[in-house]
Design a protein around this ligand. Structure first.
Ligand SMILES: NC(=O)c1ccc[n+]([C@@H]2O[C@H](COP(=O)([O-])OP(=O)(O)OC[C@H]3O[C@@H](n4cnc5c(N)ncnc54)[C@H](O)[C@@H]3O)[C@@H](O)[C@H]2O)c1
Length: 309
């Protein structure tokens, strides 16, 4: 893999801190900038806390932190950078401004990546002079624990830049996947939200309650998903059986275009989930915190199991 001497991360919030942690832990020098002084001041402490949760020892933690430099503004953060990850707010106009600033101050051949959740990369990069070196890198939260990063090409992205990014991520311990076309939701969120749409529909139509939906997923195919993807599973049971099942069930699945009216009503009523104490289910603060801890511990354990296989 091509040696990368300096990486920049623009936006040091939830995702930016995890991206910086991952790359610094892989031995890269990383510069991070954020307009919020609170985010800048707390960055190294947040990285240290996350490394502790990952049970990284103090000596290694110190080495990771040594690789991270916090900059007040974007100009010094991207000067001499070879690869730049944008992890600013999910607002198109802010992302346009960030990439315009990056183009003003960064080397002309630096690779530019946005970590947007859902905004098409094409929309974010369309004003750039150097569209050929721009792409998407969709990391998943927590960025330092979930292996996947979707590398998204636009119609302008030159293959060599996507390949350099792919190799960098792989060498940094991630599991990159190349997305050849810039479609809404890339791969992961298309799959995930196809499932969520059906899950909401089952509740909306009184087939079961929300708890039953979650139990079915967690106690059945959810258990296999980390080691058996859907198309591997189709091959495992046979494409002929898959076709028979689809002939019987697909016509009955939810096909409503756009967000479910049931979901829209919930949001209107202020039932926003854990942050308001009620969504599909009711949550006390303690239950919400314990669920978050459970997910974090589970991801940690899973990483240990899969790495020692
Ligand atoms: N949170 C997730 O689960 C998740 C997952 C995948 C992708 N993403 C995407 O990653 C990006 C960052 O999300 P997050 O969850 O880290 O948000 P966040 O709010 O935790 O962090 C965003 C940071 O950007 C900073 N910021 C504000 N204006 C800026 C500017 N002009 N230039 C640089 N930084 C600026 C903020 O101060 C903040 O620290 C978003 O595009 C989001 O959609 C989020």
């Amino acid at each position: 893999m091509k040696q990368v001497s300096l990486i920049s991360v623009i936006g040091g919030g939830l995702m930016g801190h995890g991206i910086a942690l991952t790359l610094a832990r892989a031995g890269h020098r990383v510069r991070v900038t954020d307009p919020s002084s609170e985010a800048r001041q707390s960055l190294k402490a947040r990285i240290t806390d996350s490394l502790r949760l990952l049970e990284v020892d103090d000596v290694k933690t110190k080495l990771v932190i040594q690789n991270v430099e916090v900059c007040e503004t974007i100009a010094p953060a991207v000067k001499n950078a070879e690869i730049i990850f944008e992890a600013g707010p999910e607002k198109l106009e802010i992302k346009h401004q960030i990439f315009s600033d990056i183009e003003n101050y960064a080397p002309k051949n630096a690779i530019l990546a946005s970590n947007t959740s859902v905004i098409p990369i094409t929309k974010i990069m369309k004003h750039l002079n150097g569209k050929h070196r721009a792409l998407g890198t969709h990391w998943w939260n927590p960025a330092h624990m979930i292996p996947l990063v979707e590398v998204v090409k636009t119609q302008w992205t030159e293959a060599k830049y996507a390949k350099i990014m792919f190799d960098l991520l792989e060498a940094s311990g991630k599991t990159p996947v190349m997305v050849e076309k810039d479609v809404a939701g890339f791969i992961g969120n298309r799959l995930q939200h196809a499932l969520w749409r059906e899950a909401i529909s089952l509740v909306e139509n009184g087939i079961c309650d929300a708890e039953a939906v979650d139990t079915v997923v967690k106690a059945s195919f959810g258990r296999r998903l980390a080691v058996l993807g859907p198309l591997e599973n189709a091959d495992l049971v046979g494409t002929d059986l898959t076709l028979d099942i689809h002939q019987n069930v697909l016509f009955d699945l939810e096909r409503h275009a756009g967000p479910s009216p049931y979901l829209q009503e919930m949001v209107k009523r202020g039932e926003l989930g854990m942050k308001t104490g009620k969504g599909f289910r009711s949550w006390t603060d303690t239950e919400a915190m314990s669920m978050r801890m459970r997910v974090s511990k589970h991801l940690q354990k899973l990483e240990g199991i899969l790495n020692n296989k």
